[in-house]
Design a protein around this ligand. Structure first.
Ligand code: UDX
Length: 441
């Protein structure tokens, strides 16, 4: 089966590479000539474990091709997966569908045989229907079907998530589209992956509802953490306790300075915007958005209230990315916290294992000292602030850390360390939703 994937960003490339591994004849199309030239050589600019290797192997096997020529890519294709960006440019949550409908216009010009058009991009409910309408208007002669097949890929685990998903959502309204999608995902049925067929609208909304729910779950435990601090409970114990309830589940209950990344902030806002358009406001989601934004902003103040005046204070910042194992800085809490600390007069050494290049693009205007490794960052500072839970921070030599710090103070916004361990090591240790450890306790 030949499949065309339009857009070679994160989602498009993972989709194309994984489908090619399943044995399909995949052509990935993008307008960016330089990117396509690199991809043809097997060069992948995105940091995603296993992706470059998968791309290279499948180029070699002949299953995966790259082109800028859409017309050529559409020849004899049975399905076109649209995987272009849907950015949120206006700040009000409105998802910009210009790229999606740009592709639809080009499909109208270039399609010549029956095809199923599948949206992989995260699109607001109603987009599938609108694609059908617009294409039908431009090409009344063309036989085509529309389907929605949202992705639920986590950065750094994208290939695993694609190959072993919790479920595959397929929104269709024709037997032809359903049969084709069943064939496409048949190889995953071997692992007993649930394939859920729904209306196009339900599939589109499921993506937003999933991300909205997960964002709500994170915000819930973050708010409980605030209460724990006041009442003396330990949030890790509470999270463990509620997580054993099957109805709740133990995932996504890690306390944090607020969620970030390419999906949760954008998708929660888009979901809220869609709900307002339908005159069915989602007050819970609105509260989550407001809570998370306020939380990220409050973290600078929290650091200040622990350390007192920040003027001339030397701090080590460990971690800049929105989560570990990625170089992605989008909507990372560090983007709120670092400007605040600088504004208040502190001097910052910063380090992230993979995110330095991306971080420099967004934080390069600040007077930061960019360090090469954790220990260099910690040298001679008044306190350490952990913003991202990279494994290498978990395994620091605490005795050595204590020796090289000016004062043994750690503010851990990811609850990476055990309280007992910190106590034994003689640190003043501040985490979220847990008691404060003082060296003398
Ligand atoms: C997320 C969804 O998990 C994925 O299904 C969707 O397709 C895209 O968005 P991703 O953004 O890669 O994936 O990362 P994820 O691991 O979900 O983390 C998102 C943010 O939530 C991070 O900032 C992370 O630190 C935060 N988070 C996650 C918490 O604060 N606490 C948690 O318990 C889990």
């Amino acid at each position: 089966m030949k499949i065309t994937v339009v857009g070679t960003g994160y989602v498009g490339l993972v989709t194309g590479a994984c489908f090619s591994k399943l044995g399909y004849d995949i052509v990935c199309v993008d307008k960016d000539t330089a990117k396509i030239d690199d991809l043809k050589k097997g060069i992948v600019s995105i940091y995603e474990p296993g992706l470059e290797d998968l791309v290279q192997k499948n180029i070699k096997s002949g299953n995966l091709k790259f082109t800028t020529n859409l017309k050529e890519a559409l020849e004899k294709t049975e399905a076109v997966f649209i995987a272009v960006g849907t950015p949120s440019r206006r700040g009000d949550g409105h998802a910009d569908l210009a790229y999606v409908f740009g592709v639809v216009d080009e499909l109208a010009e270039n399609l010549s045989s029956e095809v199923v058009i599948v949206t992989k991009s995260t699109v607001p409910v109603g987009t599938g229907r609108e694609i059908y309408k617009q294409l039908k208007k431009k090409r009344p002669d063309l036989v085509f079907h529309v389907a929605s097949n949202p992705e639920f890929l986590r950065e750094w685990a994208a290939i695993e998530d694609f190959m072993h998903p919790n479920r595959v959502m397929i929104g269709v309204d024709s037997v032809k589209a359903k049969n084709l999608m069943a064939r496409v995902y048949n190889p995953l049925c071997i692992n007993k992956t649930p394939i859920i067929y729904t209306s196009i609208e339900a599939a589109e909304l499921t993506k937003y509802a999933s991300n909205g729910f997960l964002a709500m779950k994170i915000s819930f435990i973050n708010e409980i953490a605030d209460l724990c601090e006041k009442c003396g409970a330990d949030v890790k114990e509470v999270a463990r306790g509620i997580g054993f309830d099957d109805r709740i589940g133990d995932k996504f209950l890690h306390v944090s300075p607020g969620y970030g990344g390419s999906c949760f902030p954008k998708d929660t806002k888009a979901l809220s915007y869609t709900a307002q358009q339908y005159d069915a406001p989602l007050t819970l989601i609105d509260a989550v958005i407001a809570f998370n934004e306020a939380r990220k902003k409050s973290m600078g103040l929290r650091i200040e209230s622990i350390l007192g005046s920040l003027k001339e204070k030397k701090l080590a910042i460990l971690g800049l990315t929105f989560k570990p194992n990625t170089d992605d800085m989008r909507d990372s809490a560090s983007l709120d916290i670092l400007p605040y600390l600088i504004e208040k007069g502190s001097k910052l050494n910063v380090f992230d294992p993979k995110g330095m290049k991306e971080a420099k693009k967004l934080l390069g205007h600040l007077p930061l000292k960019w360090k090469k490794n954790s220990y260099e960052t910690l040298e001679g500072v008044d306190a350490v602030v952990i913003l991202t839970e990279w494994d290498e921070f978990r395994f620091l030599d605490l005795n050595h850390v204590k020796k090289i710090l000016k004062s043994p103070v750690i503010i851990d916004l990811r609850n990476m360390y055990d309280l007992e361990e910190m106590h034994k090591a003689g640190f003043e240790y501040h985490s979220l939703g847990r008691k404060i450890i003082k060296p003398m306790d």
